[in-house]
Design a protein around this ligand. Structure first.
Ligand code: FES
Length: 574
């Protein structure tokens, strides 16, 4: 007698069982009102939902999940929706990034532990996209992404207001005395006018674009507005498609290849995408086993132009982007730079998906020959101030500051910055370089989005709107300025950043990719000997995080989460 035949589907390790075990696995689910045929071996599809009232950007996801279910049923599958940790970028403190890796563990273990054959990931607000992709990648089942879409364009008194970007602009106007506090509060309700994620090319829209460029979703995923009926149609089609993907055994690892990541990096440049994508894609590559380095971002993307005229660096908003043709139109425009034979979730190649993609508005999506901004990707800097690298988005920076030597004005932490920045006596002018320490993965902890430090009012009142800012923090995708981020190693890990003092001179040379602290090596060695590492947190998740988080140039994943555990079925629970 040979060994018993392995069930054709993973879910049959639960539902295809006889005796007591099969009774357990099926009986409690039948309490949902399910007929016995649902357990007959059809693909069981998990719908991984990040709906939460504390994540208002994902508030449409209950409805979205219902449309996914329609598609799954229609294709002969069995959908089961489940919640995972949802991180509302604007609500959680100290920063949503502190829990991206924890949420990814929730996703990974929820998928691994349950009778699932395939997964649909419902993603929207900034960290909900990388956490779901990372967790699912460590399991590597057939998986498809579905983004929630951006909210309707913000509008206040007839003027467009972009998510995040509008807040930053208006708060600087208040600090400069150009806008009243009363008008500022009134503007709050004019920005996020519907359910959906930020409608600038911030991190959420960037990551939705990365999902599509990686091939992890159906075409058009990035830009359809959250409340547009076509978003719900896409959900329906996504539900249909995942059932086919299970039958084809089309796993994430067949889609997330080196070519796919290279396509995504190039796409990020041409959409003027967020610097946060650097960290998230490095972490995702680590989960799926694709070698990817920080320098790949510079090598592959930094010389490409930005074609998309969207806030924060441009004029328009995500709704305009969709009506202009969305991401397929951009991908078609840059097709000569892409690996067109990369496989995507619909079973077709990227090249096949974008071959006929139309563009309806050349002011929103510019042609490659007449770009919105030349050389717009992310530049990676090295030097004694960032031995493992730092990033800057030149398209969001002031051209005259890209080569500059200035005096450092140092803030040891975010509290010191907040306490001193409005002080008229602060010794700073537009030639200075603001330096913020202890905001990296370990230092904050969680690597907060505070790298685009507010400018001193004394400079704002003189019409100065940008000076060089350097930190180990991240920056919101909706922010802008000459901002050097992700300095690695961070200050709290004993990086050179920890040693910078007021009055030191710093050289930023973006064309030559250099970030240099102009202090003699002997002096730095002396300061290093005097430096004391911060104490580790006492307990709980923060301790686990600080003890295991990797530096920014590696994607800030936990060292114990790199790689995957696969979809192996565990022992019976009873
Ligand atoms: Fe949720 Fe921007 S705050 S998408």
């Amino acid at each position: 007698m040979g060994s018993p035949k392995k069930p054709s589907r993973r879910s049959q390790e639960w539902f295809g069982r006889e005796g007591k075990q099969g009774f357990y696995y099926r009986s409690w689910l039948k309490s949902l009102g399910l007929p016995h045929e649902m357990f007959d071996g059809r693909p069981v599809i998990g719908i991984c939902n990040t709906w939460s009232e504390l994540t208002p950007c994902n508030a449409s996801f209950r409805e979205l999940a219902e449309h996914v279910k329609r598609g799954v049923y229609e294709a002969g599958g069995f959908p089961l929706e489940f919640p995972v940790m949802s991180l509302g970028e604007t609500q959680v403190r100290p920063t949503a990034m502190l829990w991206r890796n924890l949420a990814s563990m929730d996703v990974e273990e929820s998928i691994r532990a349950n009778p699932l054959d395939g997964v649909v990931l419902l993603m929207g607000c900034d960290k909900t996209t990388p956490s779901l992709l990372m967790g699912a990648a460590s399991v590597d089942l057939p998986t498809i992404g579905l983004s929630g879409g951006a909210s309707l364009s913000g509008n206040w008194r007839g003027c467009p207001v972009g998510s995040g970007t509008g807040v930053i602009q208006m708060s600087e106007m208040v600090r400069a005395g150009e806008l009243s506090q009363r008008d500022f509060v009134e503007a709050e309700a004019s920005m996020q006018r519907s359910k959906g994620s930020c409608m600038t090319m911030g991190t959420a829209s960037t990551m939705a674009s990365m999902v599509e460029a990686l091939g992890m979703s159906l075409p058009e995923n990035a830009a359809i507005p959250a409340v547009d009926a076509r978003r719900f149609r896409l959900a329906h089609l996504t539900g249909r498609r995942i059932v086919e993907m299970v039958k084809e055994d089309l796993r994430m690892s067949r889609i997330l290849t080196r070519d796919a990541f290279e396509n995504a990096i190039k796409t990020n440049a041409t959409i003027g995408g967020s610097t946060n994508a650097v960290i998230h894609l490095l972490a995702l590559a680590g989960r799926i086993g694709v070698p990817l380095s920080l320098d790949d971002w510079d090598r592959l993307g930094s010389r490409l132009p930005c074609l998309v005229n969207l806030k924060p660096s441009g004029e328009y908003l995500m709704e305009d982007f969709y009506y202009a043709g969305g991401l397929p139109a951009v991908l078609r425009e840059i097709s000569e730079h892409l690996a067109l034979d990369a496989l995507t979730a619909n079973g077709r190649t990227l090249g096949e998906n974008i071959a006929d993609a139309p563009c309806w508005n050349r002011d929103v999506i510019r042609p490659l020959a007449e770009p919105f901004k030349p050389e717009a990707g992310i530049a990676v800097l090295h030097g004694n101030l960032a031995p493992n690298g730092a990033v800057i988005k030149p398209s969001a920076a002031s051209p005259q500051l890209l080569q500059h030597r200035g005096r450092a004005v140092v803030f040891e932490n975010i509290e010191e910055l907040k306490a001193r920045i409005d002080d008229e006596a602060l010794d700073i002018d537009e030639t200075c370089v603001m330096v913020l320490k202890n905001c990296g993965p370990r230092g904050y902890p969680g690597m907060a989005e505070v790298g685009n430090m507010p400018l001193p009012p004394k400079l704002l009142k003189r019409g100065i709107t940008d000076i060089i800012r350097i930190s180990d923090a991240r920056m919101s995708g909706t922010a802008y300025g000459t901002v050097v981020l992700h300095v690695s190693p961070e200050a709290a890990a004993g990086g050179t950043l920890a040693l910078v003092r007021n009055g030191d001179f710093i050289e930023l040379d973006v064309p030559n990719r250099r970030l240099h602290l102009d202090v003699p090596e002997e002096e730095l060695a002396q300061r290093r000997a005097e430096w004391k590492a911060p104490a580790s947190p006492a307990r709980g998740w923060t301790k686990l995080y600080v003890d295991h988080v990797q530096q920014a140039h590696l994607g800030a994943d936990l060292d114990i989460l790199v790689g995957g555990s696969g979809d192996e079925v565990g022992r019976d629970s009873h």
